[in-house]
Structure formats: C-alpha cells, structure tokens
Design a protein around this ligand. Sequence first.
Ligand SMILES: [Zn+2]
Length: 183
Amino acid sequence: MEEKLIREQFKLRLSGVEDGTYSYSVDCDKSFFELAELSDILDGHLNLQIEMMKTEKLVNLKFHFEGSVAATCDRCLLPVTLPMDFDDQLLVKLVPEVEEGENDDDDDIWVLEENTYELDVFHFVYESIMLAMPLRVVHEDDENGNSTCDPEVVKKLEELSAKQDEEETDPRWDALKNLKLED
Ligand SMILES: [Zn+2]
C-alpha cells in the first residue's frame, strides 16, 4: 500500500463530526511497519479496532490490537513470531486555545484546539506497539524446557564469542608493557 494511503487510515476526522460513538478498523501489515520504522519489528499482521467516543469537549479513544509481529530473536538472530493482544487508550481534550506546555506531561492525554480538523493517531499507534513488545525477544522453550532456537546458529554464535574472548588480551600485560615504555 502507498505511504499516503497507509497514513490516511490513522487520521480520524473531528471537524463537522457529530457527537457520538464511531468505530474504525485498521490493518497494520508489513507496509505499516516499514513506514513506521520500528527497527525491532521485521513484519506483522495486526488488526486495530478503534472506538471513538466524541463529545463537545472530549474525545475518548479506545484501541484494541490483535494479531502478531515478527522480531529478531536475541539468542539465534532468526525471526520469532510474537502473538499480540492488548488495549490502549487516548483521551483528547478539546479547548478554545491550547496553552504552551499543556501537551508536555502526558502521552495518553492530548489537548487540542476545538476546531481541529482531524486527529492523527499514527505515532500513538506505533508507540503503543513498541511498548507492548517484550524486553527480551527469544524463541520460547518447548514443553521439555529446551530452547527452540536454531541449534546450528546458536553453536556458531557461541564459537564466535569464545574466539573473541581468547583474542582479548590480559589487561595486566598491557599495564606491564606501558611500564616498560615509560622506562
Ligand atoms: Zn532464537
């Protein structure tokens, strides 16, 4: 999908929209993740349901994400599929005039001018996904507690790191060498 069309899906029209509840459905696929430049995510298929409750002074947005993303395993560097199922919320206050610094404190509460034409939630959505990612991405252990990482790759990586350890010099030798030079 074209960049402009992807971004268009995250723009929720406010101006001229009557008070009430509205529902939107957006599919975040590979082209979304490429555009959002989420460096940790290789691919994904996430469905996003947005429920927007609009009143004169407030817009209450509820997000429900469901699907999966693919990220790089920290142990064997091959892709891991991570199931995702989570909610997020954004509250938008509509005011006659936004004062300076009013939007600095809270990421989940925005203050916008009441004549704002549309709400762009693109960045909010990708930050929600980033926050939902586990801190450490690895292939899960199987029912016997054994790693399901690619054993060949893990072996190679271990050999490589052992070799690097050998090549590192003993810092005490470096200290001695320096002493001799100073003499
Ligand atoms: Zn792995």
